[in-house]
Design a protein around this ligand. Structure first.
Ligand code: CO
Ligand code: CO
Length: 352
């Protein structure tokens, strides 16, 4: 019934590409009062996925919120993607989600209430798949639809996986393919001639839960999820927090095939270009890595995969476990190094 409405046409910017660019908040956070509560195990200092608050020696809360304007046209899919994306930040800290609240902005003058009902149902179904009930929320009138969740999870304080633990020698493993921002932008602009949005929706609605379970079984030193800042933007947060460098191999990164074609035709979200500009100070691209390939590595993802820095000797076992659990495109995309200064080096293919 509500499928005739194209939600993306109501959004100026879509999904995590609507995020403020990296660097924008960093400069503002410095002027806020310092966090002095000793129970704050992870605060805002390392640009991590979620905050972690210690309740006792063996229990901590994981706290996060994520919301955005429509990334896809169908209200149900928008709700499911927003829920999977918000839950992901709990998984990205090594945690398990417990419960969630919805955050809603809705233009009730231009959309019927059934649209909001479908968004909420998509989110509730996805949260239920994660074993989580959405127990409340807050709704305001707004010109563009906005939806997301605030999620509370739990983690054992000694099992927290933050941005700051990566060690030289670790292998970088990515669990979902890149190109989601490019494909959703093509669809929004009626340029998705291969209908790749269906596959992108399948990827974006896939929970990072089983990926996180497998990553939690091996020696993982740092973990994040790849969302609005792109693969290299989130890797930059790991590199900065861990005081290391990283080497990424462009040919090893899994990419949705249509995204390559579309970016070569000049399609990419504004957020992806902003990431690429911001990262110019952090990334050295080898000659021969084209501007289009660079944009894919910087592409603003919504509900992207997990990026883990794992002990090298466990990387193959983790990859086969991820593939056994349906993550057929999970791949080793690079490694952590001690090369000074702390930077990301992008090369063509794996080298010793
Ligand atoms: Co995140
Ligand atoms: Co997030």
């Amino acid at each position: 019934m509500t499928d005739a409405i194209r939600l993306t046409q109501l959004a100026k910017r879509a999904g995590c590409a609507a995020k403020q660019p990296p660097g924008y908040l960093l400069s503002l956070l410095g002027s806020l009062p310092a966090i002095t509560d000793p129970n704050v195990l992870v605060g805002n200092a390392m640009a991590d996925d979620a905050a972690v608050y210690k309740l006792s020696e063996d229990l901590a809360l994981v706290l996060t919120t994520d919301f955005f304007t429509p990334i896809v046209d169908r209200p149900y899919d928008f709700g499911a993607i927003a829920a999977a994306n918000a839950l992901s930040d709990v998984y990205a800290m090594g945690g398990a989600p417990l419960t969630a609240l919805s955050i809603v902005g809705f233009p009730d003058a231009v959309l019927p209430p059934e649209v909001l009902g479908d968004i909420l149902r998509g989110a509730a179904d996805k949260a239920a798949e994660a074993g989580v009930a959405i127990v409340g929320g807050h709704t305001i009138k707004s010109d563009e639809p906005i939806f997301g969740l605030a999620v509370v999870g739990k983690v054992s304080p000694d099992k927290v996986l933050s941005n700051n633990g990566a060690r030289p020698g670790d292998v970088l493993i990515l669990t979902k393919p890149l190109g989601l921002g490019i494909i959703t932008t093509a669809a929004k602009n009626n340029e998705d001639k291969h209908g790749a949005i269906a596959e992108a929706i399948r990827v974006m609605t896939t929970l990072n839960r089983s990926a996180a379970e497998e990553i939690g079984r091996v020696e993982t030193h740092a973990l994040t999820d790849v969302t609005g800042f792109g693969l290299l933007g989130h890797l930059r947060n790991v590199v900065a927090a861990s005081n290391v460098s990283a080497r990424v191999f462009a040919d090893a990164a899994p990419v949705l095939p249509a995204a390559r074609e579309y970016v070569n035709a000049g399609i990419a979200p504004g957020g992806t270009h902003a990431n690429h500009r911001f990262l110019a100070d952090w990334v050295t691209y080898a000659a021969g890595v084209s501007k289009e390939e660079q944009l894919i590595l910087c592409d603003a993802q919504t509900s992207g995969g997990l990026l883990a820095a794992v002990a090298a000797e466990r990387a193959d076992a983790l990859l086969s476990a991820l593939r056994t659990r349906g993550m057929s495109e999970a791949a080793a995309i690079g490694r952590i190094e001690s090369t000074a200064p702390n930077r990301i080096y992008v090369e063509r293919s794996w080298s010793v």
